[in-house]
Write a protein that binds this ligand. Sequence first.
Ligand SMILES: Nc1nc2c(ncn2[C@@H]2O[C@H](COP(=O)(O)OP(=O)(O)OP(=O)(O)O)[C@@H](O)[C@H]2O)c(=O)[nH]1
Length: 874
Amino acid sequence: MSQQTTIRKLAELVNTPVEKLLEQLSEAGMSFSGPDQVVTSTEKMKLLGFLRRTHGKGDAPAEEGEASKKITLNRRKVQEVTVASGRTKSTVAVEVRQKRTYTKPPEGAAVDSSPAAQAAIAQADPERAEILRKLEESRQRNLSEQQRLAETDAKRKAELDERRRLEEEAAERERQAAAAAAAAAAEAVVAEESAKPKAGHHGHPKPAAPRVDAKSDAHKGKGAAPNRGSHAMVTSIEDDDNAARFAGQLHLSAQERARRGASRGRPKQRRSLDQSRTGTGFTRPTAPIVREISIGDAITVGDLAQKLALKGGEVVKQLFKMGVMATITQTIDHDTAVLVTEELGHRAVHADAGDVEDVLLAHTEDQQGERQTRPPVVTIMGHVDHGKTSLLDYIRRTKVAAGEAGGITQHIGAYHVETDRGTISFLDTPGHAAFTQMRARGAKLTDIVVLVVAADDGVMPQTIEAVQHAKAASVPLIVAVNKIDKPGADPLRIKNDLLAQGIVAEEFGGDTQMVELSAKTGAGVDNLLDAISLQAEVLELKAVYEGRASGTVIESSLDKGRGPVATVLVQQGTLRKGDYLVCGIQYGRVRALFDETGKQVPEAAPSIPVQVLGLSGVPDAGDDFTVVEDERLAKDVAQQRDAKRRESRLVSQAGNRMEDIMAQMGEGAAQQTLNLLVKADVQGSVQALREALTGLSNTQIRINVIGGGVGGITESDATLAATSKATVIGFNVRADASARKVIESNGVDLRYFSIIYDVIDQVKQIASGVLGKEIREEIIGIAEVRDVFRSSKFGAVAGCMVVEGVVKRTKPIRVLRDNTVVFEGELESLRRFKENVDEVRNGTECGIGVKAYNDVKAGDQIECFERIEVQRTL
Ligand SMILES: Nc1nc2c(ncn2[C@@H]2O[C@H](COP(=O)(O)OP(=O)(O)OP(=O)(O)O)[C@@H](O)[C@H]2O)c(=O)[nH]1
């Protein structure tokens, strides 16, 4: 805000007449009419400038100042210069004159702060003068403040320099120490290397040095080499820092460089881009993945979790939330599995197991060709001891009956024989009722049933059963009236008795051929073969010989040396060595084929039984087999079948558990459950026992075969029996050492049998609650065969060591190989140092000759046992 005054007052103030001031104002370009007119401060400043210019007041001092601020410097210098003229050189003195003039810029050029100007201003406008003074003061304050700051900065810089100097000194000291350590380590390595030449040649020889350097580098990180680019890392490898950081690595790949770059704080996105470039192929899902999984009738929690790509615990947790308590190994039914799958946000579909089977079916249906006559497959049936084996024996001229435990045939054997009337294949089925199921299966395979009836015995229950089976399977029957050589033989009575069963002999006007024969003498056997051939002709049996084979498993077992062995009957096509086949839940490639005499054969045509080697596992008797194009399909079908079978087993087990509970609830505690685990030497016996024993269940007791299989009793069998409180039945098999331990420590009830009647009798007695007598086999001693000597006088004599109990000469024995019974009989001789003895005790060596058995091998065990009658008590 400018202060106003009049011309008169201003004239008084500057001590000038009013007229002169008016004139000066007019000259300065401002016209005023009278002395009382108001003059503004701007007008005053304008007048002041005009006066300065007209009186030269502003310029004169400036010029004086300029003269005083100009400095001129003169400098003279004499130099010697060498000048070359022609071949001579001369030195010339040269005087150099230099003149330089410095002109200091006028002070206060921007603000005229000279005392005269100040006074003028103060005179012209005191207010402005005041402001200028304040400005000057503020400038001074600023200057002093800046000076003070500069001083502080300088002080701080000095401190910083000092600290840095100290740090560098410390780092240098450390570096020297590290270098010394590295040198020492290298020396040590070199010394070690030279101590064991060649060894460790490919190793990295300097592990110590980089470690030490890396540490010192970490220390230095604050001060030295702040941020080098990756290029610097590659190129300046000699640089101590980098050499330490990338010790042992002379070159960085582009990926590595990118990775290291990323690790130094590059954005994460860039890093993931780099990862995708490296080919990890992982793309982060943008939405929850909904899986569609197929679930069969039952599934274990673990399997379900695997299908859902979840941890088992998550599924268990979800089940728990749904109120189902289940562990990972536990099985849940289809509905529960679907519910939990949906709860977890996925979809479930019912597994359709038919697809691979369809492929297999299509595969086998492809097979077409000329149908040719094939040999008949004959099953011999009949009551126990009516002479089935003897008949086959005679036909094959081999001794099959000899050596069988208790004289009974206990599994299906299959043989094919060449007769004068062509090839005939025989299935030798056992005669006991326990083998009903097996026999039924045999009948299905069979074209003709030969029913053996002993002429001295007559029609027995199992004779009738055989007739029923043959009828049910619509298989023609030929009756072999056996043992006609026996004094009491009455063939006519047999024929009459059979009438009651609807079997009418041809001589009575019926259609059943009946042949009288003696398996012992061979009389009439040819007539039987004639009858079979005639019947086969009538049946017009045909099969396709070309193409892939298919058929049925008759028997199977696990051979320690040869692996799974299956006796199969080819029904269509030709089975060859090298074929891929699927066999029940097993698959494999035919490694070798053997006929019934143990001879290797290259192929087997329809109706020919043959032993197959090369399967992945032991198939079940009765399983179909099919040759397929490749192993892939065979494996797929086998695995799918296995999964399905497991599922259905799980379901049936779950059902059993339910039944258990229901039984307890409904019938009270009256019904007891007897759990059994059946192990046998062959699959057929396992199945037969399973069926026979479970069939003994009644309202008082339920017999439950919880498991079984072929081979010796193992630790896992024993554990299963212990956990499920089952009685273990070893049928012609024994428990190995580890299994025995479990059995003893858990008090598992283990019983050995070699005759099927005994098993059934015992279980039957328990089932009927009869506290009768029980025949028990007690193993009284075991001898281990160490060596076998052959003598012309005694045959094979086994050099043995008695390892348990006592071996008695008069007691029956069994020969065991791999915990499986291979022979049962009695001792021919028991000797100690050439002396015949009655018994040999534990820890004593002896020589044992086994009656009618010359195949004893080192490593076999000879167990001596006795049968004792025990009165059962509660
Ligand atoms: N005299 C006489 N004895 C016979 C004849 N056939 C069989 N035997 C005897 O009868 C007994 C039983 O004969 P096997 O051939 O073992 O009878 P199987 O029907 O095979 O018996 P399992 O295998 O137990 O079902 C044996 O001791 C034979 O020697 C025969 O034609 N005449």
